[in-house]
Write a protein that binds this ligand. Sequence first.
Ligand SMILES: CC(C)(COP(=O)(O)OP(=O)(O)OC[C@H]1O[C@@H](n2cnc3c(N)ncnc32)[C@H](O)[C@@H]1OP(=O)(O)O)[C@@H](O)C(=O)NCCC(=O)NCCS
Length: 111
Amino acid sequence: MNIGIDIEEVKRFNKYIKDKEYLRRIFSKEEIFYSLPKKNAAQHLAVRFAAKEAVWKALIAKNKKLTVIDVSIQNDWDGKPQVYIKNKKYKKIDVSLSHTDKYVVAVAIVF
Ligand SMILES: CC(C)(COP(=O)(O)OP(=O)(O)OC[C@H]1O[C@@H](n2cnc3c(N)ncnc32)[C@H](O)[C@@H]1OP(=O)(O)O)[C@@H](O)C(=O)NCCC(=O)NCCS
């Protein structure tokens, strides 16, 4: 089992909201579709970025080569975030996300 964690400041992501090119480089269309319409869009984007970093940390020990756009965090029907890698649901990784106005945090565990 491996674990990864990441914390990010939300304010960094406030300016990215309007930068469509940046968003497309970092986030999947599902992540953008989920986050952008929300009142606190920057928090949802920031926490997805943190989750990608956490997944990367958890997987690096397994020698998985990943870029930020390879990892997509998508919520299932009850809101639980799921990890997709290269468009495929990765059932052996669990992530948990939390956000406030200022900070977001994400933890990933690889079984
Ligand atoms: C879902 C819930 C946990 C979210 O908590 P919150 O403090 O409002 O918000 P947080 O910022 O900590 O967490 C938000 C994230 O929780 C995650 N989440 C939502 N539903 C979830 C679920 N069913 N399972 C796991 N994670 C979930 C999502 O990733 C969400 O972020 P996202 O929308 O950007 O993807 C909360 O609304 C809830 O229902 N709590 C239950 C309270 C309770 O029964 N407490 C008793 C404890 S024993």
